[in-house]
Design a binder for this molecule. Structure first.
Ligand code: SAH
Ligand code: MG
Length: 196
């Protein structure tokens, strides 16, 4: 890809402004998954500044991403980055809370990378928009290692609540009879769910 400069710029911006973009290992895996499974239409929840959307699109010329972001500053930043990447015709940026958005169309991949406490809601809201042989990938399943820690050792009450939520989501995926899910210790932990 000849967007090397832009990618570096986005990573710097993310670092400076505390934007939690995908880690190298995570994005790498995601891109390989997209290539290997010939994925063409992607729905992303959580655009941030457009880093992962641009990376996913760069896998092949005919990939399209629809992506949702509720934070205005990040959304505006994403618009700029998508323009710089010349991907305006392939990346559809939606400025809204994903829990307010509905679609009729279907996607090959739904990538959930938004508020951790909303994972289950988001999964259940958009599963009808997944093609029969499609995949739902969820990021941040390890929550920086916190998911495997004793709850009592986590001091912040808010953080404990979030960790509980991520664990609940994990149980939801494991016990979901419509989907089968694999968990990978890649990046910040990802879950790959496919219809049974
Ligand atoms: N996928 C991005 C990183 C996303 S960070 C990348 O790797 O480049 C998570 C983003 O999700 C944040 O910017 C946050 O504002 C957004 N978000 C969280 N909950 C959301 C919701 N319900 N609807 C839309 N955006 C949401
Ligand atoms: Mg993430």
């Amino acid at each position: 890809m000849n967007n090397d400069f832009l990618i570096r710029e986005m990573k710097n911006y993310a670092e400076l402004n505390n934007v939690p973009i995908m880690t190298e290992g995570g994005i790498d895996y995601l891109m390989k998954y997209i290539r290997k499974n010939n994925i063409k239409n992607i729905l992303e929840i959580g655009t941030a500044i457009g880093y992962s959307a641009i990376m996913m699109c760069s896998v092949a010329e005919d990939i399209c991403v629809t992506t949702i972001e509720r934070d205005e500053k990040r959304y505006l930043e994403a618009i700029k980055n998508v323009k710089k990447a010349n991907m305006e015709d392939r990346i559809d940026l939606i400025y809204n809370d994903a829990l307010e958005v509905t679609f009729d169309k279907k996607f090959d991949l739904i990538f959930i990378d938004a508020a951790k406490a909303q994972n289950r809601n988001l999964f259940e809201r958009f599963e009808k928009n997944l093609n029969d042989d499609g995949t739902i990938i969820t990021d941040n399943m390890n929550f920086h290692g916190l998911v495997h820690k004793d709850l009592e050792s986590i001091e912040s009450r808010n953080l404990r609540q979030l960790v509980r939520k991520v664990r609940e989501y994990k149980s939801f995926l494991i016990s979901n009879s419509k989907f089968t899910t694999e968990f990978f210790d890649i990046g910040d932990g990802i879950a790959i769910s496919k219809r049974v």
